[in-house]
Design a protein around this ligand. Structure first.
Ligand SMILES: *Cc1c(COP(=O)(O)O)cnc(C)c1O
Length: 381
């Protein structure tokens, strides 16, 4: 089956009792047993729920993986991966990762004895230098948040495999429509389903997808034992979102590149960060490993003051100033004071996340309206 068909049918069956074409919302915590231990495969909804099963299979199907797991948030999915490891184990993470992942690694898991090293994933020398006998996992994002840096997934997974290390990719920004890391040798794919998979800014959810059976059993055990599962109503909404993922991503890709080109030519804009631009430092890698470049476009203003940046942010009419991304509606975000506020100032500056940086999540509206809105807001600088 090809991608568009999988997005609609992947892992789903018509409901057997009634023939309901859509997977119902099985809003139940428990299931009848005929005799102790004799049941239809469902005992208690923390371990299994039919709506969640359907969504987990759909996620696995679109990432071309064997097993999927759905969690109450993207962070809960990441937390599940971290619980695979033991005190003393080492994890190498990309230096450009979601602020909340950085916060979880350094503020929650370091105190349980996991050691995190943050490296520039495009500098293979420093990645190789960071590997020790205790390294168990490489964790990265591509494209990264908020500067849209691109990492060559195949280069990383081949280094990892040589050293018997797992690779986990946060595929939230790309989505499986644009990029499928398992096909490039990754072991674990993580999603904030909150973003493009859900697609409508109405749920908070996370997912993991893997191929290996032992890894799947371990993750399922942690999901069940720790309990941060996605609820049935949210799973229904995510399933509904995934059905239009391919169509939405086509439009996000088109609008993303159009907005990037517009900003790139604007005299008040200093730099545009978008992997689809030929001027992007890793455009060639992006072209090779991605089908399209997505809807997130970041840029820095020539006027570097926070006041000017805020004036722009206060003057959008169609685009909404809010955290998050990946919904059908366009959002704009100020990383320094919003999504990346938990990253220490010096670290932020070193990474290039400065006060004049703005991140747009370009939605699927008519792009002419978005460009008019951006052009108008730029007049206030
Ligand atoms: C939003 C996001 C997360 C966290 O997901 P939640 O659903 O908010 O818990 C992780 N990684 C990336 C890249 C994100 O954008």
């Amino acid at each position: 089956m090809k991608f568009n068909t999988k997005a609609i049918h992947g892992g789903q069956q018509h409901e057997p009792t009634t023939g309901s074409v859509m997977t119902p919302i099985f809003q139940t915590s428990t299931y009848v047993q005929q005799s102790p231990g004799k049941h239809k495969g469902y005992e208690y909804s923390r371990s299994e729920n039919p709506t969640r099963d359907a969504l987990e299979k759909a996620c696995a199907s679109i990432e071309n993986g064997n097993y999927g797991f759905a969690f109450s948030s993207g962070m809960a999915a990441t937390d599940c991966v971290m619980r695979l490891f033991n005190p003393g184990d080492e994890i190498i993470a990309g230096e450009h990762i979601y602020g909340g992942s950085y916060r979880m690694f350094t503020q929650l898991f370091e105190k349980y004895g996991l050691k995190f090293t943050f490296v520039n994933m495009n500098d293979t020398r420093s990645l190789i230098d960071a590997i020790t006998e205790k390294t168990k996992l490489i964790w990265l994002e591509t494209p990264t948040n908020p500067l849209l840096k691109i990492v060559d997934i195949q280069v990383i997974t081949s280094i990892a495999k040589k050293n018997n290390i797992l690779t986990a990719i946060d595929n939230t920004f790309a989505t499986p429509y644009n990029q499928r890391p398992l096909e490039m040798g990754a072991d674990i794919v993580m999603h904030s389903v909150t973003k493009y998979l859900g697609g409508h800014s109405d749920i908070v959810m996370g997912a993991l997808i893997v191929n290996n059976e032992k890894l799947a059993n371990d993750l399922h055990f942690i999901q069940f034992a720790a309990g941060a599962i996605a609820g049935p109503m949210d799973c229904f909404l995510a399933l509904r979102g995934i059905k239009t993922l391919a169509l939405r991503m086509q439009r996000h890709n088109e609008n993303g590149i159009t907005v990037a080109h517009f900003l790139n030519k604007h005299p008040k804009v200093e730099t545009v960060y978008y992997p689809g631009l030929q001027s992007h430092e890793n455009h060639e890698i992006a072209k090779r490993q991605m089908k399209g470049y997505g809807g997130v476009v970041s840029f820095k203003l020539k006027n570097k003051t926070q006041e000017a940046t805020f004036r722009m942010l206060e003057n959008f009419k169609v685009i909404t100033l809010a955290e998050s991304l990946g919904g059908v509606e366009s959002l704009v975000n100020h990383p320094v004071t919003m999504t990346h506020a938990s990253v220490p100032v010096q670290e932020r500056e070193r990474l290039g996340i400065t006060v004049s940086l703005i991140r747009l999540s370009v939605g699927i509206e008519d792009v002419e309206d978005l460009i008019e809105d951006i052009d108008h807001a730029l007049e206030f600088i």
